[in-house]
Design a protein around this ligand. Sequence first.
Ligand code: HEC
Ligand code: HEC
Length: 347
Amino acid sequence: MLTELTHKNYKSIIRVIYGYFGSVLILGIFTMLWYFGVVSFESFNNSTDDFDNLFYMSYDIAQLDDSPENDIIKYGYELFQNTPKYLGPDNEANDEVFSGNRLSCNNCHLNSGTKPYAAPLIGIINRFPQYRGREDKIGTIEERINGCFERSMNGKILPPTSKEMTALVSYLSFLSRYAPEDGKVKGQGFTSVKIPNRPIDLDNGKQIFNNVCIRCHGINGQGAMSSDGYTYEFPPLWGDDSYNNGAGMTRVITAAQFIKGNMPFDNLYEEQKLTDEEAYDVAGYINQMQRPQKTNLAQDFPNILKKPVSTPYPPYEDDFSIEQHQKGPFQPIMEYYKKKHKITKTK
Ligand code: HEC
Ligand code: HEC
């Protein structure tokens, strides 16, 4: 009886000691991992995380060696950052003018396509082929990139089998290498904006432009070139070198979301400086300015019910004016589609 008890006590003492050292050890390991940045306290707190941890992975092409597969990724990155130098109006290979303005992909897909809520391209390859309303068919990633060539770059289709298209797709594959199979990433697209239920206030938009945007985009919204002479350090917001009227950015709701999440450029996502109302008005202001006009826009959205409400060009399925599709208020148009067609429209 007595020996049994002592034995039991001995066992429980050992257990306490093990437990104690075990906890200290585990705590020590965590402190070390935390100290060296392997784990962060934020990663335990997913509920308040605004975007996927995928955005913290490395997408630095400088870490790639010079194998032929890596060379094509690096060329894709180079095209993404300095598009007009290779494909723009004054590139040295004159037979290769594919983009009609001097924007680079990176001017809108910020941080080389890796910034959350700046239409990041992490996981994009896994999301294609994909149904697209503008064409009303399943489209390939090459067709989607060409959508930006024809509209955001005011240019023409880059042949799907060209070295340049292969390079761009390779770079996007590199960005997608850690993404889940379905390519869905928290932080894709743009931040949401509560769209005011009123028309754009152009005077307010102009004032915000003057107070906030001129610092970088210039007094006439024409930005400033980089010292390389090909690309923009601060891209133009309208005029001949801007996106055309068929681009995603000419939809006021899309532009407001981009601007709210990303401008002024020295903002962090976490500390947005513009209110929803300000982003809405300034987006309306820049999109009322003169910009290149795309031909054949009437052929967009063969299924007209798929057309986003702030698409600035006709035809529409509804009877609201072109002006209202450009300057709001958008709620009545959204309600119309909900009531008549049971379609929820967000942009
Ligand atoms: C003027 C700004 C702008 C430029 C420049 C631009 N894009 Fe885009 N891009 C957008 C916008 C806005 C969207 C989202 C459109 C939408 O919501 O329908 C988009 C969407 C995309 C998508 C689909 C993203 C997704 O999440 O589904 C791809 C791929 C893409 N762009 C590639 C490119 C490439 C490659 C270039 C350079 C050749 C480029 N873009 C240049 C504005 C731009
Ligand atoms: C601190 C400088 C800065 C300020 C202030 C700023 N921007 Fe930008 N903006 C940039 C830069 C830089 C880019 C391109 C990002 C890149 O290439 O990395 C850009 C890109 C853009 C783009 C997409 C590319 C294009 O030219 O269409 C839009 C739209 C835009 N800014 C709108 C605005 C608006 C509206 C404001 C004012 C509310 C604003 N920006 C304030 C620096 C700035």
